[in-house]
Design a protein around this ligand. Structure first.
Ligand SMILES: *[C@@H]1O[C@H](CO)[C@@H](O)[C@H](O)[C@H]1NC(C)=O
Ligand SMILES: *[C@@H]1O[C@H](CO)[C@@H](O)[C@H](O)[C@H]1NC(C)=O
Ligand SMILES: *[C@@H]1O[C@H](CO)[C@@H](O)[C@H](O)[C@H]1NC(C)=O
Ligand SMILES: *[C@@H]1O[C@H](CO)[C@@H](O)[C@H](O)[C@H]1NC(C)=O
Ligand SMILES: *[C@@H]1O[C@H](CO)[C@@H](O)[C@H](O)[C@H]1NC(C)=O
Ligand SMILES: *[C@@H]1O[C@H](CO)[C@@H](O)[C@H](O)[C@H]1NC(C)=O
Ligand SMILES: *[C@@H]1O[C@H](CO)[C@@H](O)[C@H](O)[C@H]1NC(C)=O
Length: 653
């Protein structure tokens, strides 16, 4: 058994953002690859994959990771194995794995040596690509994981170089071409740890590509890695998958809820699911609870869903320590995960509208193994410390649409819709009342809402009619219609709000305005940088007296503080940004990465690529008809990152 200092395994950028280049089409990885990776004890664990039923669930590739070869090539120039570890040789191991009907994965490196430290050197594939591809093909390998250590020629081939002078891309392309030349179909896993934003180029070259530095056996790794997903999520699709690195489930470092959160996020991100624990051998056996997590059919089905779309971060309630990640599944279904980052249990309240849904005919609560029907607006459930509420929603209506049969309560000539969701306090919502298809009789409707005392009276002979209504932020609103006509459904849409560009803000302290490279920092073309505890941006806007005090603010921010070197310690891939209104306590949003272009070689190194996220901010309705909005990094400093995210603009809804 190898005792290894955590090796620099890894994973996998050049931005040609607008024109999508042709993606690799080798017919492989139509759903994210599943399997098992390790450094030794291959046979017994491959066998365990079968015996424990994991192979039947889709875990297929068994990959010999770093540590299998020698410091030098054989006399004929080929890579060969260490006979102490593999007495029968790699080809025989491949035959054994194939005899179990599993796929045989091999590992090499796009550098002069493989990553392993603390062992005799392991020679790499750089400058020997065709020889090594031919060797792997002759062993009937089905997968190649291709790492990035000792690859930086310009700096004398150090173990790692997170700021290489040249893109890793050409080295990965050379190996792809060598693999293609063999004629064997080999699933190709690019592992450059996310250097040079590979999502922009790796789908042309590989079936999977690492978007993060290595996973480390600490809970904080999950937060760091998932905060690197948002800019890469849209690159997932059949044949091409962003890789969050192998799973720590089963390594006895996480609690059960933590393992559930980890497995959920990896599965929903459409990352390859690569088991990284010893399943069953002379020394170890996976725990029942970890095996149950790795074997959860519903979660695996989400990962393997034919639509192949990754989830994204829809809403981050930073003050509450809760995230909502969601995305579409085949069959018009939606998957949504509420992640509790607090190290204590909470009663989680999931607003379905954060997943773009208003009501769901069927809900499967996966980790609680529970189903419900006709869920409207919110789903509530206890979520353990660091745990996740994971739901699959089917038979849904889009956010804002309330079907009377699912959501309405009738009483004589009144129908009431309760739990109507408002994202903001506003008197500017549009209510649309949909009568039966061809109902063109003269009708009268009295509309009242919980937020306004005066009912509105509407007369119409059309089959749909609109009214302006007030709602409060949250799900405690109700709408009552008094009418003799049948109402099929109502739709509630929030106002568009008003966008304030960063150019309208004045800066103080460390903060300053910056013009961006043309085309970047959309939609403004400039940003405010260096927001700190001592540097802010402020604007004064007219108060909307009807609105009330809590308004939804959609921030357009930029963060490309990519955690590579800092991945081993305190890197998070996040930045804070705070918004305070009329001198009230600031609200904080800790934003994930937004950069979608190379952190090394693109014109603004990814610091010109914005994203948006929203939060509810109280304190509006200022005296004198004016509201002052201050954007900053309040609380930054003192051991945490002093610089906030850069600021492009904000929309007040
Ligand atoms: C082969 O592997 C063994 C066991 O890890 C190690 O002790 C030995 O140094 C390796 N041999 C060579 C030549 O790398
Ligand atoms: C192993 O690699 C290191 C770093 O490249 C080098 O200094 C050392 O001489 C190598 N050792 C052997 C035995 O090749
Ligand atoms: C979470 O809380 C538990 C129990 O108090 C503690 O043992 C554990 O170290 C905490 N985890 C983290 C990551 O802080
Ligand atoms: C309103 O809701 C109905 C029922 O879900 C839907 O068919 C319709 O497209 C919606 N209309 C608008 C304007 O959103
Ligand atoms: C922010 O401030 C730092 C430190 O003063 C400076 O090096 C950097 O250039 C500034 N960034 C921008 C975008 O102005
Ligand atoms: C993170 O760790 C590095 C290296 O240990 C240290 O220099 C830095 O101050 C730390 N940063 C934060 C934000 O804690
Ligand atoms: C964001 O702010 C919180 C609270 O002060 C802090 O714990 C966290 O480390 C900050 N994150 C960054 C990246 O500075």
């Amino acid at each position: 058994m190898l005792q290894i200092s955590w090796p620099l395994l890894a994973a996998a950028g050049l931005a040609t953002a607008s024109r999508p280049a042709k993606r690799l089409d080798n017919g492989l990885a139509l759903t994210p690859p599943m399997g098992w990776n390790s450094y030794s004890i291959m046979q017994s664990n491959a066998k365990a994959l079968k015996e424990l039923g994991l192979a039947d669930l889709g875990y297929y590739y068994v990959t010999t990771d770093c540590g299998w070869t020698l410091p030098h090539r054989a006399k004929d120039g080929t890579l060969t194995w260490n006979e102490t570890i593999f007495p029968d040789g790699l080809p025989a191991l491949g035959d054994y794995i194939h005899s179990l009907d599993l796929g045989f994965g091999v590992y090499s490196d796009a550098g002069v040596q493989m990553c392993m430290t603390g062992l005799p050197n392991q020679t790499g594939s750089l400058y020997h690509e065709q020889t090594d591809a031919d060797t792997f093909a002759s062993w009937n390998a089905d997968l190649l994981k291709y790492d990035n250590c000792y690859s930086s020629k310009a700096r004398g081939y150090p173990n790692v170089d997170y700021e290489p002078l040249h893109s890793p891309r050409p080295r990965y392309k050379t190996m792809l071409e060598a693999l293609q030349d063999t004629g064997r179909k080999v699933l190709y896993q690019i592992c450059d740890w996310g250097v040079d934003f590979p999502s922009a180029w790796a789908p042309q070259l590989g079936n999977t590509w690492r978007i993060t530095n290595d996973i480390v056996p600490e809970w904080r790794t999950i937060w760091r890695q998932i905060n690197q997903l948002p800019p890469s999520a849209s690159y997932a699709g059949p044949g091409h998958w962003p890789d969050l690195d192998m799973l720590e489930v089963g390594n006895d470092i996480f609690t059960e809820p933590e393992e559930q959160t980890h497995f959920t996020l990896w599965a929903l991100a459409k990352s390859p699911l690569t088991i990284g624990c010893a399943l069953k051998d002379t020394f170890n056996a996976v725990s029942k609870s970890s095996l149950a997590i790795l074997s959860n059919k519903d979660v695996i089905a989400i990962n393997q869903d034919s639509l192949g779309k990754a989830v994204n971060l829809m809403r981050r309630y930073t003050d509450a320590g809760v995230d909502v990640w969601a995305g579409p599944l085949s069959g018009d279904r939606t998957v949504v995960a509420l992640v509790n980052w607090n190290n204590q249990s909470i009663s989680g309240q999931l607003h379905l509208s954060d997943a773009g849904v208003q009501s769901a005919g069927h809900v499967k609560d996966i980790w609680n193994d529970k189903t419900s029907s006709n869920v409207v607006t919110t789903y509530t459930g206890d979520v353990a410390a660091h745990g996740t509420l994971l739901l699959v929603l089917a038979d849904t209506t889009p956010a804002g649409t309330y079907r009377t049969d699912q959501c309405g309560h009738s009483n004589g000539d009144r129908v009431t819709y309760s739990n109507v969701y408002g994202m903001t306090d506003s008197g500017e919502y549009t209510l649309t009342i949909n009568f039966g298809k061809s109902n063109e009789d003269e009708k009268t409707v009295h509309v009242s809402t919980s937020a306004s005392s005066e009912p509105q009276k509407i007369r119409t002979s059309t089959n749909a009619v609109s009214a302006r209504i007030s709602l409060k932020a949250g799900s405690a609103n109700s709408i009552t219609l008094k009418t003799s006509a049948n109402v099929d459904s109502i739709n509630v849409s929030h106002p568009e709000g008003k966008f304030y560009a960063s150019t309208a803000f004045s800066v103080s302290g460390t903060a300053s305005h910056h013009k961006c490279t043309p085309g970047l920092c959309a939609p403004v073309g400039s940003k405010i940088a260096n927001l700190t505890a001592h540097g802010s941006a402020s604007v004064t806007v007219p108060t909307d007296k009807r609105a009330g005090s809590s308004r939804y603010i959609e921030l357009t921010y930029i963060n490309n503080d990519v955690s590579l070197d800092s991945a081993w310690t305190n890197g998070t891939n996040t930045r804070n940004i705070t918004v305070a209104v009329n001198g009230n306590a600031p609200h904080r949003l800790e934003v994930p990465l937004s950069g979608r272009s190379s952190e090394l070689f693109s014109p603004m190194k990814g610091w010109g690529d914005p994203a948006t996220l929203g939060m509810l901010v109280g304190g509006f309705g200022g005296a004198g008809g004016r509201d002052e909005i201050v954007v900053s990094n309040a609380g930054g400093g003192d051991g945490v990152q002093p610089y906030g995210a850069d600021f492009v603009g904000l929309r007040v809804v």
